[in-house]
Design a protein around this ligand. Structure first.
Ligand code: GCV
Length: 674
C-alpha cells in the first residue's frame, strides 16, 4: 500500500462513468514535451478509472472522434466567453457531441495540463461532460507555495508530520515527491519554495554544489508539472558560506560573490525560479545592519539573477521584536508600511515584495495590510498561511478560503482598480510579476495535511489563485465531491462544516479583532496574557475598564492613518470602524454597546458560548455521514473534531473567565463562568 493518499485526486467512478463508458478511446496531442507527457498520463489514469478503459495515444489527428484532443488554441476554440485570451496558461474546454470529442485547447503545455485537470475535476464531481463549455485563464500570474521545511526534516509551524523533502541534512526524492508535484499542478501552482524562510546553517548550502545536483532533480520534476523551483536564501550567505567578513549589499566583494553564486546556480539549473528572502526579521540578517535599505538588499540579489530570468521574492515581515510593553507608540502593525511604503518605485523589475495579508501575523481576524494600498510601482505578492498556525493547527477545522476571499475583495482605494485581487494579479498597474504565496500545510502524514479537512485550504488556495471570483462555497463543494464522493448528503454536510468553521473559530477564540491570546511559542491553545508583557509587540491592553489597542491617529499609534481614504477616516473613529475589527483599532470599555445592542463584554461571553455550540453542530453533521465515508477517514476526522470540541471549551472558559474577573461584570444569561 502507498504511504500517502491521493486527496482530491482520488478518482472514482460515478454516474457519468456508465453514461460515457467506452466512448473516449483515444487521445491526440498537438503538443509534446514533459508537461504534455504528464498530462497524457493523467488522462489515461483518470479516464481509465472513470470510463473503464485507458484511451490510447494517436499519432495522427485524422478526423478524430471518440476521444480527447489536446489542441493548439485558435480563436474558434473560444465558445464560451466574449473576450478571452488564454495567455500561456489559460485554456478552453468544450465537447463536440457529434464526434464525441472533448477538446482542450491552449496556447501552451501548461494551459493544456490545467485544462485537463479541470476536466477531470468536472467528471469526478459528477457534472456532465456534454455541458462543458469553458474558457479559463489564471487570474494570478504567479501562484506560489512556500514550505517552511528545515533540512533536518522538521517543519516550522508544521502540523502534519515531517518534511518529505529533507531528512537529517539530506535531500529526499521519490514517489512522494512526484505525487506532490502532480498534486500541486492539479490546483494550478506554478512556483514552489521548498525550504523555510528561516535559513539556518546547512540550508545556506542549498545553492552550492553540495546540494545543487539534487535541486536540479527537483527542478526537472517540477518543470515537468509547469512549476518553477525557488529556494529561500540566507542574506548572510557571503559570510556564512563564502568566508567574507560582511554581507553589505553595496560591498563590491559581496556583489561579486552573489553574482558568481547565482551564475553557477543557473548553470546547473537553467529553469530555476529565484530566491525568497526573509531579511531583518525575527533575528535574520539583513541590510539594516549596514544602514542600507531593503531596496538595496533586494536589488543586489535581483541583479545577480536577472541575466538568467530569475526573480527575487522579498518578504515585508520586518518589525521590531524587542519591544517594551510600556511603550505605547511603537506598534508592530505599522511596521511593514513604515519599512517599505517609502521605497515604492525603487525596486528592480524582477523583485516581488511578499506582504502578509494582515499587518500582524496570520491571526484569525486582522485588517488587510495597508501596504498594498501604498505601492503602485512595485511588484507584490499577497502572502497567506494555509498552515493553521493561529487557526487551530490542523487539529481544528478552519476553512480559510472565505477569509482569503474577503482579503482579495478589499478595496484599498489606491486607484480605480484598487481591490487586492486587482493589485496582486497585476491588473491594477500592469505588472507582470505578481500573485499570491501560501505557507503550506503539508507534511509526510499519509493524508498530507494531518486533518483531512485541512486539505480543503490547500485545494482552495490553488482554486482561488486561479479564479478569485469563485465562491468559497463552490470551491468547498468541489473539494468535498473530489475527496469524499458526490453523494449529496456528504457534499452538503462537509460544505456546511467548512463554511461555518472560520466564524466558529473566531467566535470561541478571538473577539472583535483581538488576536494573540495564545500560548507563546507554540501558538496553540488559549493564554490571554501569554504575550501581553512580552517583547513581540502583540498586546490586547485589557484592563478593568476595557480592552483593545488605540491605533487611531488622534490618540493612538497612528496606524489607522496608513490607509487611503475613506478607510483612514473610518478606522479612526469608534463609530465607523467595522465591528469585527473594533478592538484592533480602539480601546473600548466593556459596557460599550454594539450594533447588536449587546455590550462588548456580553458579546465576548455570547460568542464564546456560540463558538462551542457551532463545534457541536459540526460534530453532528459529521456523525450523520457514518457509513458513507470510509471507516478510517471517518474515525480520523471524528477524533480531531473531538479534540477541537475540548479545545473550544477551554478557549471559551479561559477567555470568559479572564474578562469576567477583569471587568467584574456578570454574564446577563447567568451561564457558568469561573
Ligand atoms: C518562519 C511567525 C511564525 C514564525 C515564522 C514567521 C515568518 O512569526 O511564528 O514561525 O517564521 O512568522 O513568517 O517568517
Amino acid at each position: 500500500m502507498c504511504s500517502f493518499e491521493k486527496c482530491w485526486l482520488n478518482y472514482a467512478c460515478n454516474e457519468m462513468s456508465s453514461k460515457y463508458a467506452g466512448i473516449f478511446k483515444s487521445i491526440y496531442s498537438d503538443f509534446d514535451g514533459t508537461v504534455t507527457g504528464n498530462t497524457i498520463a493523467e488522462i489515461k489514469e483518470g479516464f481509465g478509472i472513470f470510463f473503464g478503459k485507458e484511451p490510447v495515444l494517436l499519432e495522427k489527428q485524422a478526423n478524430m472522434c471518440d476521444g480527447i484532443w489536446l489542441k493548439q488554441y485558435e480563436k474558434s476554440d473560444n465558445k464560451a466567453a466574449d473576450e478571452f485570451e488564454p495567455g500561456t496558461e489559460g485554456y478552453s474546454i468544450y465537447y463536440d457531441g457529434e464526434n464525441q470529442l472533448i477538446v482542450v485547447a491552449a496556447s501552451g503545455e501548461n494551459g493544456v495540463m490545467y485544462g485537463v485537470f479541470e476536466l477531470l475535476r468536472i467528471i469526478q464531481s459528477g457534472r456532465d461532460i456534454c455541458d462543458i463549455n469553458i474558457c479559463h485563464a489564471p487570474k494570478m500570474p504567479i501562484r506560489m507555495i512556500d514550505h517552511w521545511d528545515n533540512i533536518m526534516g522538521d517543519i516550522e509551524r508544521g502540523y502534519s508530520g515531517d518534511s518529505f523533502f529533507f531528512k537529517e541534512n539530506e535531500i529526499l526524492f521519490g514517489d512522494r515527491t512526484k505525487a506532490y508535484a502532480r498534486m500541486m499542478a492539479s490546483i494550478g501552482i506554478n512556483a514552489i519554495t521548498i525550504n523555510n524562510v528561516n535559513v539556518h546553517e546547512v540550508e545556506s548550502y542549498l545553492i552550492t554544489d553540495r546540494f545543487l545536483g539534487m535541486m536540479k532533480k527537483y527542478s526537472d520534476l517540477f518543470v515537468s508539472y509547469g512549476i518553477k523551483l525557488y529556494l529561500s536564501v540566507n542574506f548572510a550567505s557571503p559570510m556564512q558560506i563564502g568566508g567574507l567578513g560582511v554581507c553589505d549589499p553595496l560591498d563590491d566583494g559581496v556583489i561579486k560573490w552573489w553574482n558568481e553564486t547565482s551564475r553557477h546556480v543557473y548553470e546547473v539549473i537553467p529553469e530555476f525560479g529565484g530566491y525568497l528572502v526573509k531579511a531583518d526579521s525575527e533575528g535574520r540578517p539583513g541590510p539594516f545592519t549596514y544602514g542600507r535599505t531593503h531596496a538595496d538588499g533586494a536589488n543586489m540579489l535581483a541583479k545577480s539573477v536577472s541575466p538568467f530570468g530569475g526573480n527575487v521574492v522579498w518578504r515585508c515581515f520586518v518589525y521590531n521584536c524587542k519591544q517594551d510593553w510600556r511603550d505605547r507608540k511603537t506598534d508592530r502593525a505599522r511596521a511593514a508600511y513604515d519599512n517599505f511604503a517609502g521605497l515604492d518605485g525603487q525596486f528592480d523589475d524582477n523583485v516581488i515584495l511578499q506582504i502578509k495579508n494582515g499587518p500582524m501575523d496570520f491571526q484569525v481576524r486582522e485588517p488587510v495590510s495597508p501596504l498594498f494600498g501604498a505601492m503602485k510601482k512595485t511588484n507584490m505578492f499577497l502572502e497567506v498561511q494555509a498552515a493553521q498556525e493561529y487557526t487551530g493547527q490542523q487539529r481544528h477545522i478552519c476553512y480559510l478560503v472565505p477569509m482569503w476571499k474577503e482579503i482579495l475583495d478589499f478595496d484599498t482605494h489606491a486607484s480605480d482598480r484598487g481591490c487586492i485581487s486587482e493589485i496582486v494579479s497585476g491588473k491594477a498597474y500592469g505588472n507582470r510579476l505578481c500573485g499570491m504565496a501560501a505557507v503550506t500545510n503539508t507534511g509526510d502524514d499519509a493524508n498530507w495535511t494531518g486533518h483531512d479537512f485541512a486539505a480543503a485550504n490547500l485545494f482552495g488556495y490553488g482554486m482561488l489563485c486561479f479564479d478569485t471570483e469563485r465562491s468559497a462555497q463552490d470551491i468547498a463543494a468541489e473539494w468535498a465531491a473530489c475527496t469524499f464522493g458526490i453523494d449529496k448528503e456528504i457534499v452538503d454536510n462537509v460544505c456546511r462544516m467548512l463554511i461555518m468553521s472560520w466564524p466558529a473559530y473566531e467566535k470561541y477564540t478571538s473577539p472583535l479583532g483581538i488576536g494573540w491570546m495564545v500560548n507563546p511559542s507554540d501558538h496553540y491553545g488559549p493564554n490571554v496574557d501569554g504575550y501581553e508583557y512580552d517583547v513581540w509587540g502583540t498586546y490586547h491592553r485589557a484592563d478593568c475598564k476595557g480592552v483593545g489597542i488605540d491605533r487611531s491617529a488622534a490618540t493612538g499609534t497612528g496606524y489607522a492613518a496608513q490607509y487611503n481614504s475613506p478607510w483612514r477616516e473610518l478606522y479612526e473613529r469608534v463609530e465607523t470602524t467595522p465591528e469585527e475589527l473594533l478592538l484592533f483599532f480602539h480601546h473600548i470599555s466593556y459596557d460599550h454597546v454594539l450594533s447588536t445592542k449587546k455590550t462588548v463584554i456580553q458579546h465576548i461571553y455570547d460568542t464564546h458560548f456560540e463558538g462551542v455550540e457551532d463545534v457541536e453542530r459540526m460534530i453532528g453533521l459529521w456523525k450523520a455521514l457514518e457509513g458513507k465515508i470510509d471507516a478510517a477517514r471517518f474515525a480520523r476526522v471524528l477524533e480531531r473534531l473531538t479534540v477541537q470540541y475540548e479545545s473550544s471549551k477551554e478557549w471559551r472558559d479561559r477567555i470568559n473567565t479572564y474578562f469576567y474577573r477583569m471587568s467584574g461584570i456578570a454574564d446577563s444569561k447567568g451561564r457558568t463562568i469561573y
